[in-house]
Design a binder for this molecule. Structure first.
Ligand code: ARG
Length: 579
């Protein structure tokens, strides 16, 4: 496996340069493969060794590389050692590469790449990821969809690297909007419609009451009254609110399930309304509050105390704000879950909000705020369906499924599957996810159904298609050839070597994603893997080859398939068996 080779090279360097092995691991990386010409397997950055104090930082870097390369002798693992541009490159023995890389796939239950020594430097602990977080009765917009799939990816990644992960949904379930909704429901609500289609009905009521409130003073007053009753925990208001919340959560659970997403905790702003008042008391006690002329209470976050940057935490009527509830929620989560890190996933319009939140927590003496992070992402333009604007998450899922079903029925290569709807849904979802994950999360992008659903090109459909093809190859040949010994000398064609070289990078790619929480590294890695597999599939047939060759090739393909499937699952995609 990748770690075996990295260790061996590090040990060799350690003996030659008299530094501990670990000093070399970060400077070593697997070389990205090229389809055109053969490449070495690993490269060592001489610059990184200079930075790490292993080599003197002055002197000609190229000369250092060359002198080091001549000192390192070939052995029975390393076939070629040469100096490149400020690097040393290593080529391993081809047979050993084949043998070591395919070994884990011969056994059941090995998580290829996930036991890499690269991860030993990463802190493991409890990670709380807060994501999705829609607002009751309001639209589930593209930002919520992005938060959902990005947060799910981060949670999956952290989990596969050995962290204990808590997935939390923080609903927008409090605030003046509930005054409107409550008052609106009293006027235009229907229990029957609510039972029938809760999300739709609540949305309709909310839209209608908002429209009325614009021109009708009475409606505004009723909304204010309703919210006051809620704040005072009046029974009838509370039980209506409770019912609306419960029904919404129940619906959401179903839709998230279709997406393959689950939450451990459905929290919400409402949980922290009392604590928010205590937070204000604490801030006051710590001398961090200033009262403005308008009667609001603010925390001054400017370095010189001139209020050039500040955050309002209390309205003049004494009610709390979004940020006040967030301060309370963060403290409460720390108490309850003892997280080592907390990650919030929202669009970039909330950057300032989270920046201020972390600053206030710090000012209150919560040094763990340092381990809170906001992962922000760009805007999506033009997410709509045939029937118009997207209002509910379900709309997007339905549209993706319908479009994919149509594509599948028109394609000649489509296989008959037991449940075409289910397959279409999974493939449609993967298209959506890959489109979203291809660029930097911070970038905005244009939503494009046709492009994302193409079978060729770097799409989620292509990943699914490759996976299904590999699975069918394995099925047709009665399993993956698990257990049996394979002969590594039968896999020395360039087409198979390059796949194995590519797999050497898997742990590095995961490591990189864990560092910057960007899914595109993994997307690129898997797409490339699929391209390499497609070429190999053509040139290295299993069917019709002598038994031992067929067996060896099958192992190569089943290994690729398992890495592909694991990678897809981390991205939040359920691999399909047939399509
Ligand atoms: N409900 C909010 C919205 O839709 C997102 C919540 C983000 N999380 C938080 N802790 N503030 O904009």
């Amino acid at each position: 496996m990748a770690c075996f080779f990295r260790r061996t090279i590090a040990a060799k360097l350690s003996r030659t340069l008299h530094h501990p092995e670990d000093a070399f691991i970060p400077a070593l990386s697997a070389v990205p493969v090229s389809k055109k010409h053969p490449s070495p397997d690993f490269r060592l950055s001489v610059g990184a060794l200079r930075l790490g104090g292993v080599l003197p930082a002055d002197g000609d870097i190229q000369a250092q590389a060359e002198s080091l390369a001549t000192k390192l002798k070939r052995d029975n693992v390393l076939d070629e050692i040469s100096a490149g541009q400020g690097t040393i490159t290593f080529k391993t023995h081809r047979q050993l590469l084949v043998q070591r890389m395919l070994e884990p796939f011969g056994k059941e239950g090995t998580e290829f790449g996930l036991d890499s020594e690269l991860f030993s430097t990463l802190k493991k602990g409890t990670t709380l990821v807060e994501f999705s977080s829609p607002n009751i009765a309001k639209k589930f917009h593209a930002g919520h969809l992005r938060s959902t799939i990005i947060g799910n990816f981060i949670a999956n990644l952290k989990e596969s690297l050995g962290n204990h992960v808590i997935r939390m949904n923080y609903l927008g379930d409090w605030g003046m909007q509930f005054g409107l909704l409550g008052a609106g429901f009293d006027q235009f609500g229907s229990q029957e419609k609510l039972e029938e289609n809760p999300l739709q009905h609540l949305f309709d009521v909310y839209v209608r009451v908002n429209r009325e409130a614009e021109s009708n003073e009475d409606v505004r007053r009723a909304a204010g009254d309703f919210f006051r009753k809620l704040e005072q925990r009046e029974d009838r208001a509370m039980s209506l609110w409770q019912q609306l919340r419960e029904m919404t959560v129940k619906e959401y659970r179903q839709v998230y399930k279709r997406l393959g997403v689950h939450f451990d905790v459905y929290s919400g702003e409402s949980f922290h309304r009392d604590q928010a008042q205590q937070v204000v008391q604490r801030l006051h006690g710590q001398g961090l509050l200033k009262t403005t002329e308008r009667g609001t209470a603010v925390v001054d976050l400017s370095p010189t105390g001139d209020m050039s940057s500040c955050s309002t935490v209390l309205r003049s009527d004494g009610t709390s704000l979004y940020i006040t509830r967030d301060i309370a929620a963060a403290i409460d989560r720390k108490d309850k879950f003892q997280f080592d890190e907390m990650i919030y996933v929202t669009d970039k319009s909330q950057q300032n909000h989270f920046h201020q939140l972390f600053q206030i927590l710090q000012a209150m003496g919560h040094s763990w705020a340092e381990r809170c992070q906001h992962v922000s992402f760009g805007l999506v333009q033009g997410m709509s369906t045939r029937s118009g604007e997207v209002v509910f998450l379900e709309d997007v899922l339905d549209e993706a499924r319908a479009r994919m079903l149509r594509n599948m029925s028109q394609s000649k290569t489509t296989k008959t599957t037991d449940d075409p709807e289910d397959t279409a849904e999974k493939v449609g979802m993967s298209a959506l996810i890959v489109q979203d994950f291809r660029g930097l999360l911070e970038s905005d992008y244009k939503f494009d159904w046709d492009r994302m659903l193409q079978a060729q090109g770097d799409t989620g459909v292509f990943l699914q298609y490759t996976h299904a093809r590999l699975r069918s190859l394995i099925r047709n040949n009665n399993g993956s050839g698990e257990g049996g010994e394979i002969d590594p000398s039968l896999l020395l064609e360039q087409r198979s070597i390059v796949i194995l070289q590519h797999l050497l990078r898997f742990d590095e790619v995961l490591y990189q994603s864990a560092q910057d929480l960007q899914p595109r590294h993994l997307v690129n890695f898997l797409t490339k893997l699929c391209h390499l597999v497609a070429s190999a599939h053509k040139e290295l047939p299993v069917k019709g080859s002598p038994q031992s060759v067929a067996q060896a090739r099958l192992r190569l393909f089943s290994g690729s398939c398992s890495v592909l499937a694991n990678g897809m699952k981390i991205l939040g995609i359920s691999p399909v068996e047939k399509m």
